[in-house]
Design a protein around this ligand. Structure first.
Ligand SMILES: [Zn+2]
Length: 112
């Protein structure tokens, strides 16, 4: 056996554990917000008096919410495979402060 399998194992530093908790919290919040937005949008679409501008604005909010949720889910997948906290572009460790502020960050500051 080489040291390779050890190097590929998930990192479990305190910073990563903290960021993972923040990620789970943000994911739960984003899911709740998205559920509410979907409900609001369905109501808006059913309203015959709703104007197109409002529908477009609501559709944009919904799209932003879906994109954010997808980014959080991608971060969760990186966490599960043990690559969370490592830049997806250059492979360097992402600054723990950046992860604390943006738990779904997939890139380091230099690659963002
Ligand atoms: Zn990078």
């Amino acid at each position: 056996m080489s040291a390779r399998s050890t190097a590929a194992s998930p990192r479990s530093t305190a910073a990563t554990v903290t960021a993972a908790a923040a990620l789970r919290h943000e994911l739960a919040q984003a899911t709740a917000v998205l559920d509410r937005l979907i409900g609001d949008y369905d109501e808006l679409l059913a309203d015959p008096d709703a104007i197109q501008e409002d529908r477009d604005a609501a559709a944009q909010l919904l799209e932003d919410g879906r994109r954010h949720l997808a980014e959080l889910q991608a971060a969760q997948a990186r966490l599960a495979e043990g690559t969370y906290g490592r830049c997806v572009v250059c492979g360097r460790t992402i600054d723990p402060e950046r992860l604390a502020a943006l738990p779904d960050a997939g890139t380091c500051v230099g690659c963002s």
